[in-house]
Design a protein. Sequence first.
Length: 562
Amino acid sequence: MASLDYRLFSSGILSPLQLDQLKEKQPKTYIEAVQFIAQNGWYSEYDFALDTATFNHCPFFDLDAFDSSVIGDKLLKEKLSRRHGALPLYSRGRTLFVATTNPIDNAAADDFQFSTGFNVEYVCVEASKLATAINKLFESPEGELHMDEFSDEDLANLEVAEDTNDQDDDQPEKDDAPIVKYINKILMDAIRKGASDLHFEPYEKSYRVRFRIDGILQEVASPPVNLSARMAARLKVMSRLDIAEKRKPQDGRIKLKVSSKKSIDFRVSSLPTMWGEKIVMRILDSSSAMLGIDVLGYEPEQKKHYLDALAKPQGMILVTGPTGSGKTVSLYTGLNILNTPERNISTAEDPVEINLEGINQVQMNPKAGLTFAEALRSFLRQDPDIVMVGEIRDLETAEIAIKAAQTGHLVLSTLHTNSAPETLTRLLNMGVPSFNIASSVSLIIAQRLARRLCKECKRPAEALPDRQELLDFGFSEEQLSELTLYEAVGCDFCSNGYKGRVGIYEVMPISQEMASIIMHEGNALEIAEQARKEKINNLRQSGIVKAISGVTSLAEISRVTS
């Protein structure tokens, strides 16, 4: 506070006695010192801020007019704001304007410049308003996480929540402190950035850490290669894996307790490679299962088809798509709609990714003889109303699931196929009789996840493909009239012009005409043609609707659909 003491004394604002009283108070921050002076009636905060702005030739700003939505999350640094009593207000070009009561605090300017990459210019504000704005802006809703909330000590002491499974009490709980802290920081960064997967990859001369964000892998760190074994060991300890076994793949889970009210689950897989163990972690976000059908990206007609199928007392709903296409979220969303006290719901999953209250979830264990088929047989003896099978992988599971759908149960499951019509022929190829498919399957959903264009920076595409190329892509003549498409740009609020993801769906109810084609063992092309006649959009056409509405870009639709 030396600069403040000298200025207040030399300018005659404070008497020697008042200056002594200020020193006795020992304020921790510049803001607290100014507030103490104002509370004693020695000098008003408004006059102090205005005089400070004039004296240091910087602007004065009334924080009552501050709109926090103007500044992006990437520029908000809670730890720096609280430490220095300064708050980023807005950016212009590569300049960041920061509110402060102390415009000669070069250390704060250097820290903000280093953290954000922007040049810093100060704006003078009133101390109490600044303190209120900082507290209000960084006051997190219950359970929400901000990386800046965690100090170095918090990161070092981040704990693995107790698991209900048997644990080896002799297994070490902690590695050396630097590795523990580094791993914890990576995990917290992944949660904060909304990553779905983390990859820890050893190579001969390098080691890299990658996050999958919005479906795209991005390298985020490259620690020294000599740390690879220690990092793998630490992750295996957290996952309750055998750290001595380095020759075989292993699977585990981590329940990471990040606060007294919030825990995050990770699914962990280790794989021996030529240069060490590669560890892949999937973040299992239970909140994604609670999103509700309205935010997943279904078009109104597609949403109606799904809800109609869920309302039926029996039948089979199949969700199809590649790994990471959002099938689990679609299934869990349906189960949440059905999850009422009057219904008995059982699921067979491998693995159980998200715990759902009120639903009986069973983890598959092939080594113990608990397979999808065996679990389904048991379910049918447990008075079920609704059954969910994680995946139909073989004829035995398919036959039992179809039997359940034909005997008064609603069955939900997944298959790995590229489109809705191909799902039916996949069941035929498994050996399921065509009449069983036609009489049991009520709805098929094929889906993909496309990246959303950033609302802050997206712009109308300057150059569009020619008319014939758009028609070949899948546009109709009607869609080409007054067509506006958008493209990715990139800004401080997003990643390469995209932020978040949206589902693209092909929702195909099984009509009588389709059932007839199935009964005659028609192929996927015949079923797709019938779907076209019934005006059911395929994945490409559904993606085009999203592109026209400005939700995503044509390039992204081309990437995720074929």
